[in-house]
Design a protein around this ligand. Structure first.
Ligand code: NAD
Length: 419
């Protein structure tokens, strides 16, 4: 795994990105101070009955960065070593993500410091229901609406929805998104991050006038985001030549057979050892000679150490914060086009928004309608960011932040300071 020598906190990195946009916009000191800080941060320590009759203590979080434009929205992550600092950074990112694509939401994030793979199904359910109860004081359709993120699934969202519904005494499907279809989930939600990434990758390849007949793609991370990206990009005519999970990956310059890979994963539980390609490490995957690189796993993968060796012409950020600020500058100097996380992976929250609207109206849409609406919203946002980037001569990330921060600043200013 690439390691950055100078480790900054995730939250100070998020604040640094915000500062760049605030400078471009000439934000006043007051507005800057307000938007630079999160609104609410809740830390909970709670016990869970384990299968061996022991009781284990876990730490969880829910942070709301800003709610000026609507209810807070953001995922729940189950990850070993998760910290308040990281959750605050991701909550801030959610505010900008919702704003840049024009959703009527603020930003939030939450999670539990746990490796979900070490829990049995019943331990996972107990942990989820207790965590949901602990953060219930903040959650609700009009207040704060969680969704899946790393390490969490539609089943976990169903348990959260059920727990909140038990407290209310009636079903509250709009309290969480990313649920299974049977309990008010939306068509297309599972694949939405990958679908959004695919739409924008195709738009960027057009804009960059990439001449290759079949552009090639390497994808780091093979979970909700990575797997759907691989499938949908292949369907769209791109050639996925490398994918990886936390234990390593597979590379085949002729293109990977994704169906055979699924069979291999079912038997082996991971990608390593796949016969349809050569083994490749996560670090090697990032430096492969491909047209498009999709980091879709964890933070800080492209750093000052490896950014100079990235060969892709385009990076579509599936993960949140996969590129460090130093690496960003190196990539910009090398003319690597980056579709930044808050725009690139917004397909998930866009379809979460559709799910919330459908739940509130108890009226459900067809998959085709969902995908058409997703395409419209995310493509419109892409061209807004691109025009700002070109007209103001800003990197795509700063342009995206500037558009988003302006919208949140406008809402904050017009609402005024209470009382
Ligand atoms: P997931 O848990 O479904 O999958 C994560 C994948 O990354 C797995 O294949 C895992 O093996 C791999 N991985 C974990 N650690 C790794 C490492 N150190 N190196 C390489 N691979 C590693 O998670 P996900 O929901 O696909 O989320 C991935 C990223 O996308 C996260 O940054 C998340 O915040 C972001 N994201 C998720 C959604 C969503 O709706 N799920 C939406 C937008 C953004």
């Amino acid at each position: 795994m690439p390691v950055e020598l100078k480790q900054e906190s995730a939250y100070s990195t998020a604040q640094h990105q915000f500062d760049l946009a605030a400078d471009v916009l000439g934000l006043s000191e007051n507005t800057r101070n307000l938007l630079r800080e999160v609104k609410r941060e809740l830390v909970v320590h709670f016990p869970v009955h384990m299968d061996d009759n022991s009781i284990e203590l876990f730490t969880g979080y829910r942070v709301q960065h800003n709610i000026s434009r609507g209810p807070a929205k953001g995922g729940i992550r189950y990850q070993e070593g998760l910290t308040l600092d990281a959750v605050k950074a991701m909550a801030m990112l959610m505010t900008w993500k919702c704003a840049v694509v024009g959703l009527p939401y603020g930003g939030a994030k939450g999670g539990v410091a746990v490796n979900p793979n070490r829990l049995s199904l019943s331990e996972l359910e107990h942990l989820t229901r207790r965590y949901a109860t602990e953060i219930a004081i903040l959650i609700g359709p009009e207040k704060d609406v969680p969704a899946p993120d790393m390490g969490t699934t539609p089943q976990i969202m169903a348990w959260i929805m059920d727990t909140l519904s038990m407290h209310a005494g009636h079903s509250v499907p709009a309290s969480v998104t990313g649920k299974p279809l049977d309990v008010g989930g939306s068509e297309g939600r599972d694949e939405a991050p990958g679908r959004g990434l695919t739409f924008l990758t195709l738009e960027a390849l057009k804009y960059l006038h990439v001449q290759e007949e079949t552009p090639t793609v390497a994808i780091q991370g093979y979970g909700t985001v990575g797997r759907s990206s691989a499938r949908l990009m292949t369907e769209a005519g791109l050639k996925v030549v490398a994918v990886s999970d936390s234990r390593g990956g597979a590379h085949n310059p002729k293109g990977l057979d994704l169906e055979a890979l699924e069979e291999h994963r079912k038997v082996r539980g991971g990608i390593s050892g796949f016969k349809g390609g050569e083994d490749v490490t996560n670090a090697e995957l990032l430096e492969l000679p491909v047209t498009v690189l999709v980091p879709a796993a964890v933070e800080n993968q492209i750093t000052a150490q490896n950014a100079g060796r990235v060969k892709a012409r385009l990076i579509t950020e599936g993960a949140n914060v996969p590129v460090t600020p130093e690496a960003d500058r190196i990539l910009h100097d090398r003319d690597v086009f980056v579709i930044p996380d808050i725009l690139a992976n917004s397909g998930g929250v866009i379809v979460s928004y559709f799910e919330w609207v459908q739940d509130l109206q108890a009226f459900f849409w067809e998959g085709e309608e969902i995908n058409t609406k997703l395409h419209h919203i995310i493509t419109r946002a892409f061209y807004e960011v691109l025009h700002t980037s070109v007209n103001k001569r800003l990197p795509m990330r700063t342009a995206a932040y500037a558009l988003a921060v302006q919208k949140v600043a406008n809402a904050t200013l017009v609402r005024g300071v209470y009382p």
